[in-house]
Design a binder for this molecule. Structure first.
Ligand code: ZN
Length: 112
């Protein structure tokens, strides 16, 4: 399952960061996930539960911030926020989007 490896990756980053900052307790980990990042948040939450078991993050909550998608039309330069990733450009009707936001997948905060 893809989300399980994403959860493991988040755990590695959080543990590494805790070590660097000499923190021994993490209460929650905040992640930013773009809606075009290819991660199903419900599946990630589910994966998190099992991935943190027997780690220092066992009781840490995963806080997911979803980042909406924003694109620029390659045909006419219009910037818009599509509801669906394959929405047509509202100005020229082309489907030629360049995703400028919404592919994020990063740990944004570690809360002790
Ligand atoms: Zn356009």
């Amino acid at each position: 399952m893809h989300e399980f490896s994403v959860a493991q990756h988040i755990i590695e980053i959080a543990l590494q960061s805790a070590k660097e900052h000499h923190v021994d307790h993490i209460s929650s980990v905040e992640v930013e996930i773009g809606q075009a990042a290819g991660v199903v948040t419900e599946a990630l939450e589910f994966a998190w539960e099992s991935a943190v078991r027997d780690t220092a993050l066992q009781n840490a909550a995963l806080l997911i911030k979803e980042i909406p998608v924003s694109v620029v039309c390659r045909s006419c330069g219009m910037q818009y926020d599509p509801q669906e990733i394959f929405d047509l450009c509202p100005r020229c009707g082309d489907m030629n989007p360049d995703i400028i936001r919404g592919k994020e997948l990063r740990v944004s905060a570690i809360i002790t």
